[in-house]
Design a binder for this molecule. Structure first.
Ligand SMILES: [Fe+2]
Length: 144
């Protein structure tokens, strides 16, 4: 099996520094998971690593959804569904069949999610049509 580690690049930027930082951390945790899989770490250690990835990803999705809700993002419903699907996928990683194929799928899924689905909200945020776009101005947008 060949599973490449992932690198965050500017092409993945969603235009919101705090959310980019979250994505970088998720990618770091994903790489840690891939490395652990290659190293053949004991099951207990692997579960610990998956727990960390799972908890951080869950927290990120909550932050991202709260931010998009505040901004009135019209695509939020389907975006939430994408997140729920990814969490279910992460949950299945706890099963006995976690292997290279599954890791590769997860890898592609995350990158696909950031590069395609998160980019859709970036375009929305940059369009200036957001619910919070009237008034204050400035780019102080951090998820609360
Ligand atoms: Fe997302």
């Amino acid at each position: 099996m060949i599973v490449k580690t992932v690198k965050w690049t500017e092409a993945m930027s969603v235009g919101v520094a705090a959310l980019d930082d979250d994505h970088k951390k998720i990618i770091a945790l994903l790489n840690k998971t891939i490395a652990a899989l290659y190293a053949g770490v004991a099951d207990k250690a692997m579960i610990g690593i998956l727990d960390e990835l799972d908890a951080y990803t869950q927290g990120h999705f909550q932050r991202e959804e709260a931010y998009l809700e505040e901004r009135g993002y019209p695509g939020l419903g389907p975006h939430r569904d994408q997140h729920a699907n990814l969490m279910a996928h992460l949950g299945r990683m706890r099963g006995a069949d976690r292997g290279g194929e599954l890791m590769e799928m997860l890898n592609i899924w995350l990158i696909d999610h950031i590069l395609r689905h998160d980019m859709e909200y970036r375009r929305y945020l940059e369009s200036g049509e957001t619910a919070a776009s009237t008034g204050t101005g400035g780019e102080t947008c951090r998820p609360s």
